[in-house]
Design a protein around this ligand. Structure first.
Ligand code: NI
Length: 136
């Protein structure tokens, strides 16, 4: 186990109570673990913007009956062929499709692909999940 350090933090009482309720809901065993995870999340977020390479998934929903939406999604993925690793398509219902694009590349390129997808008329709920690779 890594060396542990104890340190004191002054916080607004209400904020801490809210935080404790929040982490209890997330089933964190200790406050320390929750704070450490928050710090790591912050570092990953920073790498997302400044790192050389990130890996992640762009997840979105669309109605495939909407005019040209499928063609546009495919065209854009071909434009970003250098960072798209794979795509998974799920037929959610009669109208709705869920698509997951797995990507690896420069943060700016991944962000640009996600922006291009989410700006298509007919695409809803486009989210990006990402992590950093070891090549930072
Ligand atoms: Ni479908």
């Amino acid at each position: 186990m890594a060396d542990l350090v104890r340190f004191g933090v002054s916080l607004d009482k209400e904020l801490l109570e809210k935080f404790d309720r929040h982490i209890k809901g997330k089933k964190y065993p200790t406050r320390s673990k929750a704070i450490a995870d928050l710090m790591r999340k912050e570092f990953v977020k920073h790498k997302w913007r400044t790192g050389k390479e990130i890996a992640g998934a762009i997840v979105f929903i669309y109605n495939h009956h909407k005019r040209n939406v499928v063609d546009k999604i495919i065209d854009i993925q071909h434009d970003f062929g250098n960072i798209v690793i794979s795509t998974q398509h799920v037929h959610l219902s009669h109208d709705e499709c869920l698509e997951i694009i797995v990507v690896k590349g420069k943060p700016k390129q991944v962000e640009s692909l996600a922006d291009s997808i989410s700006s298509i008329k007919g695409v809803e709920h486009c989210t990006v999940a990402f992590t950093s690779t070891n090549r930072m």
